[in-house]
Design a protein around this ligand. Structure first.
Ligand SMILES: [Zn+2]
Length: 418
Protein backbone atom coordinates (compact mmCIF):
# COMPACT_ATOMS: atom_id res chain seq x y z
CA UNK A 1 0.00 0.00 0.00
CA UNK A 2 1.37 3.42 -1.02
CA UNK A 3 0.29 6.49 0.93
CA UNK A 4 0.89 9.95 -0.54
CA UNK A 5 -0.12 13.38 0.74
CA UNK A 6 -0.02 16.34 -1.67
CA UNK A 7 0.16 19.81 -0.13
CA UNK A 8 -1.17 22.87 -1.95
CA UNK A 9 -2.27 26.35 -0.85
CA UNK A 10 -5.66 25.62 -2.42
CA UNK A 11 -7.33 22.26 -3.10
CA UNK A 12 -10.70 22.02 -4.85
CA UNK A 13 -12.08 19.12 -2.80
CA UNK A 14 -15.74 18.13 -2.41
CA UNK A 15 -16.67 21.04 -4.70
CA UNK A 16 -15.10 23.74 -2.52
CA UNK A 17 -11.71 25.34 -2.01
CA UNK A 18 -9.74 24.15 1.05
CA UNK A 19 -6.74 26.27 2.06
CA UNK A 20 -3.29 25.00 3.16
CA UNK A 21 -4.25 21.34 3.06
CA UNK A 22 -3.01 17.92 2.02
CA UNK A 23 -4.82 15.73 -0.50
CA UNK A 24 -4.53 12.17 0.78
CA UNK A 25 -4.14 9.35 -1.71
CA UNK A 26 -3.79 5.65 -0.96
CA UNK A 27 -2.56 3.75 -4.02
CA UNK A 28 -4.80 5.17 -6.79
CA UNK A 29 -7.75 6.27 -4.64
CA UNK A 30 -8.43 9.54 -2.83
CA UNK A 31 -8.69 8.96 0.88
CA UNK A 32 -9.52 12.46 2.09
CA UNK A 33 -8.08 15.84 2.93
CA UNK A 34 -6.20 17.03 6.00
CA UNK A 35 -4.63 20.23 7.24
CA UNK A 36 -2.80 18.54 10.09
CA UNK A 37 0.64 17.24 9.16
CA UNK A 38 0.91 15.45 12.54
CA UNK A 39 -1.67 12.94 11.30
CA UNK A 40 0.37 12.16 8.21
CA UNK A 41 3.47 10.44 9.65
CA UNK A 42 2.99 7.33 7.49
CA UNK A 43 2.41 9.33 4.27
CA UNK A 44 5.04 10.42 1.72
CA UNK A 45 4.69 14.20 1.59
CA UNK A 46 4.76 16.17 -1.69
CA UNK A 47 4.82 19.98 -1.43
CA UNK A 48 3.37 22.23 -4.12
CA UNK A 49 3.93 25.72 -2.78
CA UNK A 50 1.96 28.71 -4.11
CA UNK A 51 -0.14 26.25 -6.08
CA UNK A 52 -3.59 24.77 -6.38
CA UNK A 53 -4.77 21.22 -6.96
CA UNK A 54 -7.86 20.71 -9.12
CA UNK A 55 -9.62 17.57 -10.38
CA UNK A 56 -8.22 16.49 -13.75
CA UNK A 57 -9.93 17.99 -16.78
CA UNK A 58 -11.90 15.66 -19.06
CA UNK A 59 -12.05 16.45 -22.77
CA UNK A 60 -15.27 14.81 -23.98
CA UNK A 61 -14.78 15.23 -27.73
CA UNK A 62 -11.62 15.04 -29.76
CA UNK A 63 -9.94 13.34 -32.69
CA UNK A 64 -6.47 12.73 -31.32
CA UNK A 65 -5.26 10.94 -34.45
CA UNK A 66 -5.48 14.17 -36.47
CA UNK A 67 -2.63 15.73 -34.48
CA UNK A 68 -0.14 15.86 -37.34
CA UNK A 69 -2.67 17.52 -39.70
CA UNK A 70 -3.02 20.71 -37.63
CA UNK A 71 -3.02 23.92 -39.61
CA UNK A 72 -2.85 22.38 -43.07
CA UNK A 73 -6.39 23.41 -44.13
CA UNK A 74 -7.94 26.41 -42.42
CA UNK A 75 -10.55 29.06 -43.21
CA UNK A 76 -12.90 26.73 -45.11
CA UNK A 77 -16.61 25.83 -44.69
CA UNK A 78 -17.16 22.50 -42.89
CA UNK A 79 -18.28 20.42 -45.91
CA UNK A 80 -15.53 21.74 -48.23
CA UNK A 81 -13.02 21.23 -45.44
CA UNK A 82 -14.15 17.61 -44.91
CA UNK A 83 -14.76 16.60 -48.54
CA UNK A 84 -11.84 18.33 -50.26
CA UNK A 85 -9.13 18.33 -47.60
CA UNK A 86 -9.54 16.19 -44.49
CA UNK A 87 -11.05 13.00 -45.91
CA UNK A 88 -8.80 12.75 -49.05
CA UNK A 89 -5.73 13.36 -46.89
CA UNK A 90 -6.82 10.77 -44.36
CA UNK A 91 -7.37 8.22 -47.17
CA UNK A 92 -3.83 8.85 -48.39
CA UNK A 93 -1.87 9.24 -45.15
CA UNK A 94 -3.57 7.25 -42.43
CA UNK A 95 -1.65 4.25 -41.17
CA UNK A 96 -1.31 2.55 -37.78
CA UNK A 97 1.99 4.36 -37.23
CA UNK A 98 0.55 7.76 -38.26
CA UNK A 99 -2.34 7.38 -35.80
CA UNK A 100 -0.04 6.22 -33.00
CA UNK A 101 2.28 9.24 -33.29
CA UNK A 102 -0.52 11.72 -34.02
CA UNK A 103 -2.36 10.50 -30.93
CA UNK A 104 0.79 10.83 -28.81
CA UNK A 105 1.36 14.35 -30.14
CA UNK A 106 -2.21 15.28 -29.18
CA UNK A 107 -1.92 13.59 -25.79
CA UNK A 108 1.30 15.44 -24.95
CA UNK A 109 -0.49 18.73 -25.58
CA UNK A 110 -3.57 17.60 -23.65
CA UNK A 111 -1.64 16.50 -20.56
CA UNK A 112 0.20 19.83 -20.50
CA UNK A 113 -3.24 21.44 -20.28
CA UNK A 114 -4.28 19.50 -17.16
CA UNK A 115 -6.25 16.83 -18.98
CA UNK A 116 -6.46 13.43 -17.26
CA UNK A 117 -9.13 11.78 -19.44
CA UNK A 118 -9.88 11.98 -23.16
CA UNK A 119 -12.89 10.82 -25.14
CA UNK A 120 -11.45 10.12 -28.57
CA UNK A 121 -13.06 9.36 -31.92
CA UNK A 122 -10.94 8.19 -34.80
CA UNK A 123 -9.62 5.24 -36.81
CA UNK A 124 -6.93 2.59 -36.12
CA UNK A 125 -8.28 2.44 -32.60
CA UNK A 126 -5.89 -0.29 -31.44
CA UNK A 127 -2.98 2.05 -32.21
CA UNK A 128 -4.71 4.93 -30.44
CA UNK A 129 -5.06 2.57 -27.48
CA UNK A 130 -1.30 1.87 -27.55
CA UNK A 131 -0.63 5.63 -27.49
CA UNK A 132 -3.06 6.25 -24.61
CA UNK A 133 -1.48 3.43 -22.61
CA UNK A 134 2.00 4.76 -23.38
CA UNK A 135 1.03 8.27 -22.16
CA UNK A 136 -0.46 6.86 -18.94
CA UNK A 137 -3.61 8.95 -19.34
CA UNK A 138 -7.21 7.72 -18.94
CA UNK A 139 -9.07 7.45 -22.21
CA UNK A 140 -11.99 6.27 -24.28
CA UNK A 141 -10.80 4.87 -27.57
CA UNK A 142 -13.47 5.45 -30.17
CA UNK A 143 -13.98 3.14 -33.14
CA UNK A 144 -14.91 5.49 -35.99
CA UNK A 145 -17.74 4.27 -38.23
CA UNK A 146 -18.59 5.78 -41.64
CA UNK A 147 -19.34 3.06 -44.22
CA UNK A 148 -16.98 0.55 -42.59
CA UNK A 149 -19.43 -0.87 -40.03
CA UNK A 150 -18.54 -4.58 -40.31
CA UNK A 151 -14.80 -3.94 -40.36
CA UNK A 152 -14.98 -1.51 -37.42
CA UNK A 153 -17.09 -3.88 -35.36
CA UNK A 154 -14.89 -6.87 -36.08
CA UNK A 155 -11.98 -4.83 -34.83
CA UNK A 156 -13.93 -3.54 -31.79
CA UNK A 157 -14.84 -7.14 -30.89
CA UNK A 158 -11.14 -7.81 -30.29
CA UNK A 159 -10.67 -4.74 -28.10
CA UNK A 160 -9.97 -5.43 -24.45
CA UNK A 161 -10.65 -2.66 -21.98
CA UNK A 162 -8.16 -2.02 -19.19
CA UNK A 163 -8.07 -0.02 -15.98
CA UNK A 164 -7.26 3.18 -17.89
CA UNK A 165 -8.57 2.52 -21.38
CA UNK A 166 -12.24 2.08 -22.26
CA UNK A 167 -13.94 1.42 -25.56
CA UNK A 168 -16.54 3.45 -27.40
CA UNK A 169 -18.29 3.13 -30.73
CA UNK A 170 -18.33 6.28 -32.86
CA UNK A 171 -20.64 6.49 -35.86
CA UNK A 172 -19.58 9.82 -37.39
CA UNK A 173 -22.99 11.59 -37.68
CA UNK A 174 -26.51 11.18 -39.02
CA UNK A 175 -25.63 13.03 -42.23
CA UNK A 176 -22.67 10.75 -43.05
CA UNK A 177 -23.80 7.39 -41.65
CA UNK A 178 -26.97 5.67 -42.98
CA UNK A 179 -29.82 5.39 -40.45
CA UNK A 180 -29.69 1.57 -40.32
CA UNK A 181 -25.94 1.61 -39.59
CA UNK A 182 -26.45 4.25 -36.89
CA UNK A 183 -29.03 1.91 -35.36
CA UNK A 184 -26.65 -1.06 -35.58
CA UNK A 185 -24.02 1.01 -33.73
CA UNK A 186 -26.56 1.84 -31.02
CA UNK A 187 -27.45 -1.84 -30.66
CA UNK A 188 -23.78 -2.79 -30.48
CA UNK A 189 -23.15 -0.16 -27.76
CA UNK A 190 -26.18 -1.35 -25.75
CA UNK A 191 -25.24 -5.01 -26.08
CA UNK A 192 -21.65 -4.46 -24.96
CA UNK A 193 -22.63 -1.74 -22.49
CA UNK A 194 -20.07 0.66 -23.94
CA UNK A 195 -20.23 4.35 -24.72
CA UNK A 196 -21.74 5.64 -27.98
CA UNK A 197 -20.07 8.84 -29.15
CA UNK A 198 -21.19 10.79 -32.21
CA UNK A 199 -21.67 14.28 -33.71
CA UNK A 200 -25.16 15.82 -33.57
CA UNK A 201 -26.84 18.98 -34.89
CA UNK A 202 -23.51 20.61 -35.71
CA UNK A 203 -24.46 22.80 -38.69
CA UNK A 204 -27.44 24.26 -40.51
CA UNK A 205 -26.40 22.17 -43.55
CA UNK A 206 -26.77 19.01 -41.47
CA UNK A 207 -30.24 20.12 -40.36
CA UNK A 208 -31.23 20.70 -44.01
CA UNK A 209 -29.82 17.35 -45.19
CA UNK A 210 -31.67 15.42 -42.46
CA UNK A 211 -34.86 17.39 -43.11
CA UNK A 212 -34.86 16.71 -46.83
CA UNK A 213 -33.91 13.04 -46.41
CA UNK A 214 -36.04 12.05 -43.41
CA UNK A 215 -38.38 15.04 -42.88
CA UNK A 216 -37.16 15.22 -39.28
CA UNK A 217 -34.83 17.31 -37.18
CA UNK A 218 -31.45 15.70 -36.27
CA UNK A 219 -32.34 15.35 -32.54
CA UNK A 220 -35.70 13.75 -33.43
CA UNK A 221 -34.03 11.28 -35.77
CA UNK A 222 -31.26 10.48 -33.28
CA UNK A 223 -33.94 9.76 -30.69
CA UNK A 224 -35.46 7.21 -33.09
CA UNK A 225 -32.16 5.31 -33.32
CA UNK A 226 -32.37 4.62 -29.56
CA UNK A 227 -29.03 6.38 -29.00
CA UNK A 228 -30.43 8.49 -26.15
CA UNK A 229 -31.35 5.32 -24.26
CA UNK A 230 -27.79 4.00 -23.90
CA UNK A 231 -24.66 5.59 -22.36
CA UNK A 232 -23.84 8.21 -24.98
CA UNK A 233 -22.19 11.57 -25.70
CA UNK A 234 -23.19 13.95 -28.49
CA UNK A 235 -20.67 16.45 -29.78
CA UNK A 236 -21.77 19.99 -30.72
CA UNK A 237 -25.61 20.19 -30.41
CA UNK A 238 -25.50 23.69 -31.93
CA UNK A 239 -28.79 23.83 -33.85
CA UNK A 240 -31.15 23.01 -31.03
CA UNK A 241 -34.67 24.41 -30.72
CA UNK A 242 -37.14 24.18 -27.85
CA UNK A 243 -38.68 20.92 -29.13
CA UNK A 244 -35.20 19.36 -29.35
CA UNK A 245 -34.46 20.57 -25.85
CA UNK A 246 -37.59 18.91 -24.47
CA UNK A 247 -36.51 15.57 -25.96
CA UNK A 248 -32.94 16.07 -24.69
CA UNK A 249 -34.11 16.86 -21.18
CA UNK A 250 -36.50 13.91 -21.06
CA UNK A 251 -33.82 11.53 -22.30
CA UNK A 252 -30.96 12.94 -20.16
CA UNK A 253 -28.82 13.60 -23.22
CA UNK A 254 -25.12 14.32 -22.62
CA UNK A 255 -23.72 17.15 -24.74
CA UNK A 256 -20.06 17.82 -25.50
CA UNK A 257 -19.90 21.53 -26.22
CA UNK A 258 -17.06 22.44 -28.63
CA UNK A 259 -17.15 26.22 -28.70
CA UNK A 260 -13.84 26.96 -30.44
CA UNK A 261 -14.51 24.46 -33.23
CA UNK A 262 -18.00 25.93 -33.71
CA UNK A 263 -16.55 29.42 -33.89
CA UNK A 264 -13.74 28.51 -36.30
CA UNK A 265 -16.00 26.57 -38.67
CA UNK A 266 -18.78 29.17 -38.24
CA UNK A 267 -21.15 26.33 -37.36
CA UNK A 268 -23.46 28.53 -35.27
CA UNK A 269 -24.05 29.28 -31.60
CA UNK A 270 -25.12 26.52 -29.26
CA UNK A 271 -27.77 27.60 -26.70
CA UNK A 272 -25.64 26.31 -23.82
CA UNK A 273 -27.07 28.56 -21.10
CA UNK A 274 -30.60 27.59 -22.05
CA UNK A 275 -29.65 23.91 -22.01
CA UNK A 276 -27.88 24.22 -18.64
CA UNK A 277 -30.91 26.06 -17.24
CA UNK A 278 -33.04 23.14 -18.46
CA UNK A 279 -30.74 20.75 -16.52
CA UNK A 280 -29.25 19.17 -19.64
CA UNK A 281 -25.78 17.80 -18.92
CA UNK A 282 -23.16 19.81 -20.81
CA UNK A 283 -19.45 18.98 -20.82
CA UNK A 284 -16.61 20.47 -22.88
CA UNK A 285 -14.64 19.12 -25.85
CA UNK A 286 -11.95 20.71 -27.96
CA UNK A 287 -12.78 18.71 -31.10
CA UNK A 288 -9.73 17.83 -33.23
CA UNK A 289 -6.79 20.14 -33.86
CA UNK A 290 -7.84 20.78 -37.46
CA UNK A 291 -10.89 22.72 -36.34
CA UNK A 292 -9.78 24.48 -33.17
CA UNK A 293 -6.62 24.58 -33.58
CA UNK A 294 -5.37 23.58 -30.14
CA UNK A 295 -6.24 21.04 -27.47
CA UNK A 296 -5.96 23.40 -24.52
CA UNK A 297 -8.81 22.74 -22.12
CA UNK A 298 -7.65 25.78 -20.14
CA UNK A 299 -8.23 27.94 -23.23
CA UNK A 300 -11.46 26.15 -24.07
CA UNK A 301 -12.95 26.75 -20.62
CA UNK A 302 -12.13 30.46 -20.89
CA UNK A 303 -13.75 30.74 -24.32
CA UNK A 304 -16.85 28.88 -23.13
CA UNK A 305 -17.35 31.29 -20.26
CA UNK A 306 -16.58 34.50 -22.16
CA UNK A 307 -18.58 33.59 -25.24
CA UNK A 308 -21.78 32.67 -23.43
CA UNK A 309 -21.69 35.80 -21.27
CA UNK A 310 -21.59 37.94 -24.42
CA UNK A 311 -24.06 35.73 -26.31
CA UNK A 312 -26.62 35.99 -23.48
CA UNK A 313 -25.86 39.64 -22.71
CA UNK A 314 -25.36 38.47 -19.13
CA UNK A 315 -22.06 38.82 -17.24
CA UNK A 316 -23.28 36.34 -14.60
CA UNK A 317 -23.84 33.55 -17.15
CA UNK A 318 -21.56 30.49 -17.06
CA UNK A 319 -19.49 31.62 -14.09
CA UNK A 320 -16.03 30.16 -13.39
CA UNK A 321 -17.26 27.39 -11.10
CA UNK A 322 -19.97 26.30 -13.57
CA UNK A 323 -17.41 26.02 -16.35
CA UNK A 324 -14.98 24.06 -14.15
CA UNK A 325 -17.84 21.70 -13.30
CA UNK A 326 -18.61 21.28 -17.01
CA UNK A 327 -15.00 20.19 -17.65
CA UNK A 328 -14.90 17.76 -14.70
CA UNK A 329 -18.06 16.51 -12.98
CA UNK A 330 -20.43 16.93 -15.95
CA UNK A 331 -17.85 15.26 -18.19
CA UNK A 332 -17.59 12.24 -15.88
CA UNK A 333 -21.39 11.98 -15.92
CA UNK A 334 -21.35 12.14 -19.73
CA UNK A 335 -18.97 9.18 -19.76
CA UNK A 336 -21.30 7.34 -17.38
CA UNK A 337 -18.68 7.38 -14.60
CA UNK A 338 -18.98 8.07 -10.91
CA UNK A 339 -15.34 7.33 -10.02
CA UNK A 340 -13.73 10.36 -11.69
CA UNK A 341 -14.51 14.05 -12.27
CA UNK A 342 -14.08 15.35 -8.73
CA UNK A 343 -11.74 15.13 -5.78
CA UNK A 344 -13.54 13.41 -2.93
CA UNK A 345 -13.19 10.28 -0.86
CA UNK A 346 -13.23 7.07 -2.86
CA UNK A 347 -12.70 8.68 -6.29
CA UNK A 348 -9.74 7.86 -8.55
CA UNK A 349 -6.73 10.12 -7.92
CA UNK A 350 -6.82 12.07 -11.22
CA UNK A 351 -5.70 15.66 -10.63
CA UNK A 352 -3.43 18.47 -11.76
CA UNK A 353 -1.34 21.09 -10.03
CA UNK A 354 -1.24 24.69 -11.18
CA UNK A 355 1.44 27.10 -9.97
CA UNK A 356 0.44 30.66 -9.11
CA UNK A 357 4.01 31.95 -9.43
CA UNK A 358 3.57 33.73 -12.78
CA UNK A 359 3.11 37.49 -12.97
CA UNK A 360 -0.37 37.11 -14.47
CA UNK A 361 -1.49 34.98 -11.49
CA UNK A 362 -0.18 37.29 -8.75
CA UNK A 363 -1.85 37.88 -6.29
CA UNK A 364 -4.55 35.26 -5.72
CA UNK A 365 -8.03 36.13 -4.46
CA UNK A 366 -10.00 33.32 -6.06
CA UNK A 367 -8.11 30.30 -7.46
CA UNK A 368 -11.08 29.17 -9.59
CA UNK A 369 -11.30 32.61 -11.19
CA UNK A 370 -7.56 32.44 -11.96
CA UNK A 371 -7.93 28.97 -13.48
CA UNK A 372 -10.77 29.92 -15.83
CA UNK A 373 -10.05 33.54 -16.73
CA UNK A 374 -6.27 33.99 -16.46
CA UNK A 375 -4.24 30.77 -16.41
CA UNK A 376 -2.28 29.41 -19.35
CA UNK A 377 -1.33 25.79 -20.02
CA UNK A 378 2.26 26.70 -19.09
CA UNK A 379 1.16 27.36 -15.49
CA UNK A 380 0.34 23.67 -15.03
CA UNK A 381 3.27 21.85 -13.45
CA UNK A 382 2.13 18.34 -12.50
CA UNK A 383 -0.56 15.93 -13.64
CA UNK A 384 -1.57 12.68 -11.92
CA UNK A 385 -3.74 9.88 -13.27
CA UNK A 386 -4.80 6.95 -11.11
CA UNK A 387 -2.40 8.15 -8.42
CA UNK A 388 0.65 8.16 -10.73
CA UNK A 389 2.41 11.22 -12.16
CA UNK A 390 2.20 11.58 -15.94
CA UNK A 391 3.74 15.08 -15.88
CA UNK A 392 6.19 16.20 -13.20
CA UNK A 393 7.58 19.70 -12.93
CA UNK A 394 6.40 20.40 -16.52
CA UNK A 395 8.11 17.25 -17.92
CA UNK A 396 6.02 14.46 -19.42
CA UNK A 397 6.87 11.23 -17.63
CA UNK A 398 6.11 8.65 -20.35
CA UNK A 399 6.19 10.55 -23.65
CA UNK A 400 9.41 11.35 -25.52
CA UNK A 401 8.42 14.73 -26.94
CA UNK A 402 11.47 15.07 -29.23
CA UNK A 403 10.78 11.69 -30.88
CA UNK A 404 7.17 12.65 -31.61
CA UNK A 405 8.10 16.07 -32.96
CA UNK A 406 10.66 14.46 -35.28
CA UNK A 407 8.07 12.00 -36.65
CA UNK A 408 5.47 14.77 -37.08
CA UNK A 409 7.89 16.94 -39.07
CA UNK A 410 8.86 14.00 -41.30
CA UNK A 411 5.20 13.15 -42.03
CA UNK A 412 4.37 16.80 -42.66
CA UNK A 413 6.75 16.70 -45.66
CA UNK A 414 4.45 14.12 -47.34
CA UNK A 415 1.42 16.24 -46.57
CA UNK A 416 2.93 19.34 -48.16
CA UNK A 417 4.12 17.40 -51.25
CA UNK A 418 0.52 16.16 -51.79
ZN1 LIG B 1 -15.62 16.18 -34.06
Amino acid sequence: MTKNAYYADYIYYDNMIHKNSYLLVIDNIIKGISSNIEELSDYSIHQFSNSAIFPGLINTHNHLGMGIMRGFADDLPLMTWLNDYIWPTERKLLSPEFVYYSTLLSLAESIMSGVTCVNDMYFFAHNAKDAIEKAGIRGYVGFGVLDNFDKALKSADKFEESDLVSLSICPHALYTVPFDIMKKCVNYASKRNILLHTHLAETKDEENIIKSKYNKRPVELMNETGAFDCPSVFAHCVHINNTDMKIMKKKNVNVSHCIESNLKLASGFSPVKKMLDANINISIGTDGVCSNNDLSMIGEMRTVSLFHKAFNNDATALNAETVLKMATKNAAKALNRNDIGELSEGKKADFFVISFNSIHLTPVYNPISHLIYTAKDSDITDVYVNGSPIMQNKKLVHIDVEEIKYYAREKAKFLIQG
